[in-house]
Design a protein around this ligand. Structure first.
Ligand code: FAD
Length: 479
């Protein structure tokens, strides 16, 4: 059954006047689309979906929402994997879909300015037209928005060499819940005036302000980009190769791994001719001047060979690097085909503990009788253990998967790691926050939230909210 909208009529009338009646969705079916994001199991019906045109309209909407204590959930493409845009308390979903213009690319300053709703790929394409390069490349880049990337501090396949979204955010225009519009940072590469609010807002997951414009740093476009892969008997061998590659002074642009279960799923899905007898696959890539890439590929291949790689394919054997990257990029859709419910998680450990963490995940999966396949960014120690369940209504299986993931996060923390490397906290990871941050830091986070958002209207039930006090092993009450 679908809930009736709970926003008072005069407020709805004002929202219509601000954004235009054609940019407000109130019908059940239209609102239901915004009740979920890319995270399975979580949902919450919004009372209205509004798509404003600019920062001024957003300022008026937030002022109104603060005055009437109506929750507002900023939303880009809704591709996040931590229930960060699920409107748990109802209210307004504020869609940035109309703010989708690249404002400028300035080659002489090596920067671009884009409205928040521009896709990651759209920004990258605009930079490429000027011979420039925007490195962050989340797997969702064709749909995810630059505002969503900044709000989650998205990572991606090039994180090891180029870093993540925060490394490219020079400045932001942000509307505060009070309706004030602030500009943090700007076009300057050096500017140390005041607290670094640009960094604070990057990764703030829609809980402190609504980003309307991003000034992003760009790099010169690399001359060559090449990809290769190596097969190993085990992830321990692959992990050893990763350590040796880095120790040899090579920082590849891409260093990704797939375990055996992921390789089998990808092969069934994409028929890429992956080695059927291998225990692990390491995908590597580098970019830059041709001679430099050739040299780094030689060193990567030597490190893989020393660690007993069964087979190595480098650009000499492969003409199309994109085909190899497909093996990594289609892992999630490939795993999704194995069952009706796929729960993808995100944890990071220090790089030397990668193989141990995968072994622990396998043991945890066996203990809780669930299937977990693991892939991720080997160079960053960032893993995506993914649980596949045959039926989406298998409540016992879901409960076992949740207990397994609670153990996975504890194992990551024990190894000096963290509960999310790139996907964010959202509603999904909130119960684990205190374990990771400690009470004092959690309290500070909540006080920062209050300073930005005294009425608590922005994305309630997420970062900065008081914890529910639920047991980590049973989060089913949130759904
Ligand atoms: C197939 C697939 C692959 C993925 N691969 C990666 C990957 O490699 N690396 C990675 O890091 N993530 C990845 N993701 C997760 C996701 O795409 C990223 O988190 C992305 O940054 C979300 O962007 P979005 O526009 O969809 O934001 P949304 O999902 O709409 O929102 C995410 C968060 O940002 C907030 N937000 C959005 N816009 C604004 C704004 N204008 N102002 C303030 N807050 C805002 C929301 O409130 C929410 O808290 C993947 C997801 C999928 C489905």
């Amino acid at each position: 059954m679908v809930d009736e909208p709970r926003i008072p009529r005069p407020v709805l009338a004002e929202l219509r006047a601000i954004a235009g009646p054609e940019h407000i969705r109130l019908a059940d079916g239209e609102r239901a689309v915004y009740a979920r994001d890319a995270t399975p199991l979580f949902h919450g019906m919004p009372d209205a979906v509004v798509a404003p045109a600019d920062a001024d309209q957003i300022a008026r909407i937030l002022r109104l929402a603060t005055e009437h204590r109506i929750p507002v959930v900023p939303r880009g493409a809704g591709s996040n994997l931590c229930a960060a845009t699920v409107p748990l308390a109802g209210g307004i979903v504020l869609s940035t879909a109309r703010m989708n213009r690249v404002i400028e690319v300035a080659p002489d300053e090596m920067l671009a300015r884009a409205q928040t709703g521009v896709t990651t790929q759209g920004l990258g394409d605009a930079a490429a037209e000027h011979g420039l390069f925007y490195p962050p490349d989340p797997g969702s880049r064709t749909v995810s928005t630059i505002g969503g990337n900044v709000a989650t501090c998205a990572g991606g396949l090039r994180g090891l060499k180029y870093g993540v979204t925060r490394n490219y955010v020079l400045g932001l225009t942000v509307v505060l819940p009070t309706g004030e519009i602030i500009r943090t940072g700007g076009r300057l590469w050096k500017d140390v005036v005041g607290y670094d609010l640009t960094r604070l807002l990057t990764g703030s997951e829609g809980t402190l302000g609504v980003i309307t414009e991003v000034t992003a740093a760009l790099l010169p476009r690399p001359e060559t980009s090449r990809t290769g892969l190596a097969y190993f008997d085990s992830l321990t061998d692959a992990g050893g190769a990763v350590a040796d590659i880095i120790a040899a002074g090579v920082i590849p642009s891409t260093l990704e791994f797939l375990d055996r279960k992921c390789m089998d799923a990808v092969e069934q899905y994409a028929h890429l001719g992956l080695h059927s007898g291998a225990g692990a696959l390491l995908l590597f890539g580098d970019d830059g001047d041709d001679a430099v890439v050739t040299r780094s590929f030689e060193r990567i291949a030597a490190a893989c060979k020393n660690r007993g790689a069964i087979e190595i394919q480098t650009a000499g054997d492969i003409t199309n690097s994109e085909a190899l990257l497909t093996a990594r990029r289609c892992t999630l859709p490939a795993l999704s085909r194995l069952g009706s419910l796929t729960i993808l998680e995100d944890a990071s450990v220090p790089r030397p503990h990668l193989a141990e963490m995968v072994a622990r995940i396998d043991a945890i999966a066996a203990k809780h009788r669930v299937t977990i396949a693991t892939f991720g960014h080997a160079g960053d120690g960032n893993l995506h253990p993914t649980c596949v369940l045959e039926s989406a209504s298998d409540t016992d299986g879901i409960a076992r998967a949740e207990r397994a993931f609670a153990d996975v996060f504890r194992a990551a923390i024990e190894l000096g790691g963290t509960i999310t490397g790139e996907h964010g906290v959202g509603a999904a990871k909130l119960p684990y926050l205190e374990e990771r941050l400690g009470t004092a830091q959690l309290g500070l986070l909540q006080r920062i939230k209050t300073a930005f958002d005294p009425a608590g209207i922005l994305n309630p039930g997420k970062l900065g909210s008081a914890l529910t006090g639920q047991d980590n092993d049973d989060r089913s009450g949130q759904r």
